[in-house]
Ligand binder design. Structure first.
Ligand SMILES: Nc1ncnc2c1ncn2[C@@H]1O[C@H](COP(=O)(O)OP(=O)(O)OP(=O)(O)O)[C@@H](O)[C@H]1O
Ligand SMILES: [Mg+2]
Length: 498
């Protein structure tokens, strides 16, 4: 076809005998935004890594812009017009914006050998301003930018490389709502100029906002391609999970019991102001708010990662001092953090060690560690969330992003906490696995535990919480009952309008 920019046919890839991609096909139209969807471990990232020369394929054909693509090296692929912005943006932090954009193609003063920094900065500034991002100074260090700004710089770099195709792997997992709007505007502008995008995301609403076409893959295989105007979320979900899903939130009303965690007047300098709330046995308390509102800071303070200047915390009616995370864990708390890479993911260790990290002690008796019991516990967790892995010995690094998240959740569950703090528990998790996690949350509150759930996904907050605390500017603005909560009310409080 004439307007096909990228054609992938029968691409397969195995990792030590396990098929990650199995005769995968993909056709992307020139000048379109093509979404790629599929469950955790379906092979989305792997396919893109093959396309960009990071991995080699076992077999298959890739043609790009009318000729066969040479994927011998990353640089070669970039030169042929394909750039990728990775799931975790990874620029060199102490380079300047301009140095990063012109990395590998530095501008030199003609008759001399040194790099012409001024000229590079001037051109970088011009490029950024042509994209509508003149607010990003081209001479400042990358490390001082926000994640969203770093992404824009990466896109600028792709443009300066004359990329015809830009690939984005879950680009919105760490940026604010407003920044998503900006990113989408940038994508639309560039689409007007004929640039093509492949866009990977688990967020259905984003797919319908930005994509023209969508391809679904499952277990490394091609399932189908649809024009976005001719499909529905329900159809895409059933293509992804292989069955129709009738409900997304398995919410049940559980009798609310005694207070388990009481927080009174928690304050810390400029971050938190007089934060007070109570969570009861059997209850899921949602925390809504915009990014930067202070939700994570509240939880880090409760968990002993930050110090509060004042305030009282009671657990089971008893006043406690939580000086560090060890003390929090000893008091029956668990904290699944939003940033899995930074906190507690041992990438080069086996999944087994990652899952058991907190609970080895529980499985020790006179005979030493009871490995058979440990293994059973770990295997039960893998089964619980259908974590996709070749076995307990597999290295954490080899798991797909969403499956790493499942392993971390399993680690906390094995510690059998009474009070669970889950910060964006389903970020990067596919629809089917989300359902499994919600089911598990319900099982836990039925067993008398309590859960605090921070989430930026409004349907999730509304779907799973019994009450919803809305945070703005380091304060709890209101706590709404499930029955009176709706998206608009929450957003008004979250924006500080009420
Ligand atoms: N370097 C590797 N070594 C071994 N197995 C790997 C490696 N990279 C990926 N895999 C496996 O290939 C499969 C596909 O993983 P991939 O990362 O492509 O999934 P994904 O669709 O991007 O999932 P997610 O939505 O969770 O990001 C997974 O089962 C994963 O464990
Ligand atoms: Mg991935």
């Amino acid at each position: 076809m004439e307007d096909t920019l990228l054609h992938i046919e029968n691409v397969s890839k195995s990792f030590s005998g396990v098929k990650a991609l199995d005769s995968m096909n993909l056709d992307v139209r020139r000048g379109s935004v093509h979404a790629l969807m599929g469950e955790n471990g379906a092979g989305k990232s792997t396919l893109m890594k093959i396309l960009t020369g990071l991995y080699t394929r076992d077999e298959g054909i890739i043609t790009f812009d009318g000729r066969e693509l040479d994927t011998a090296s990353i640089q070669l692929v970039i030169r042929q017009g394909i750039s990728m912005i990775y799931q975790e943006v990874n620029p060199i932090m102490n380079m300047t914006v301009a140095e990063n954009i012109f990395c590998g193609k530095e501008i030199c003063k003609v008759e001399r050998f040194w790099i012409d920094r001024k000229e590079m900065e001037r051109q970088a500034a011009e490029l950024l301003s042509s994209m509508g991002h003149e607010s990003i100074p081209s001479g400042c260090r990358i490390g001082t930018l926000s994640v969203a700004q770093m992404q824009i710089v990466e896109i600028a770099k792709a443009i300066s490389n004359r990329s015809k195709l830009i690939i984005m792997d879950e680009p919105t997992s760490a940026i604010t709502e407003k920044e998503v709007d900006q990113l989408f505007k940038t994508i639309r502008d560039l689409k007007q100029k004929g640039i093509t995008f492949i866009y990977i995301s688990h967020k259905m609403d984003e797919i319908f906002r930005i994509a023209d076409d969508v391809t679904v893959m499952r277990d490394g295989r091609y399932v189908g391609t649809r024009a976005i105007a001719e499909t529905t979320a329900d159809e895409l979900v059933s293509m992804m999970v292989g069955r129709a899903m009738s409900e997304y939130y398995p919410k049940e009303t559980v009798p609310i019991g005694a207070p388990m965690l009481e927080v009174e007047g928690l304050s810390s300098k400029n971050l938190l102001h007089d934060v007070s709330f109570t969570v009861h046995s059997g209850e899921i308390l949602g925390f809504a708010g915009l990014m930067g509102a202070g939700r994570t800071e509240i939880m880090e303070t409760l968990f002993g990662i930050r110090r509060a200047d004042s305030g009282v915390i009671r657990i089971g009616g008893r006043k406690v001092e939580i000086k560090d995370p060890q003390a929090a864990i000893a008091n029956g708390m668990a904290f699944l953090t939003e940033d899995r890479r930074k906190t507690g993911c041992f990438l080069d260790s086996p999944i087994y060690d990652n899952i058991m990290a907190l609970v080895w002690k529980k499985f020790v008796d006179i005979g030493g560690i009871r490995h058979s019991r440990c293994k059973k516990a770990a295997k039960d967790q893998i089964a619980l969330f259908s974590t996709k892995t070749t076995g307990l010995k597999q290295k954490m690094r080899e798991l797909s992003g969403g499956n790493q998240q499942k392993v971390l959740l399993s680690r906390w569950l094995l510690a059998e906490p009474e009070i669970l703090i889950l910060d964006e528990p389903t970020r990067g998790i596919d629809v089917g696995a989300k359902y499994d996690i919600y089911k598990e949350m319900i099982r836990l509150v039925k067993a008398g535990k309590c859960i605090i759930m921070i989430s930026s996904e409004m349907p999730e907050v509304l779907g799973m919480s019994d009450r919803i605390a809305v945070v703005h500017g380091g304060r709890i603005r209101t706590i709404l009952d499930r029955k009176c909560a709706d998206q608009e009310t929450i957003l008004r409080y979250a924006a500080g309008l009420e």
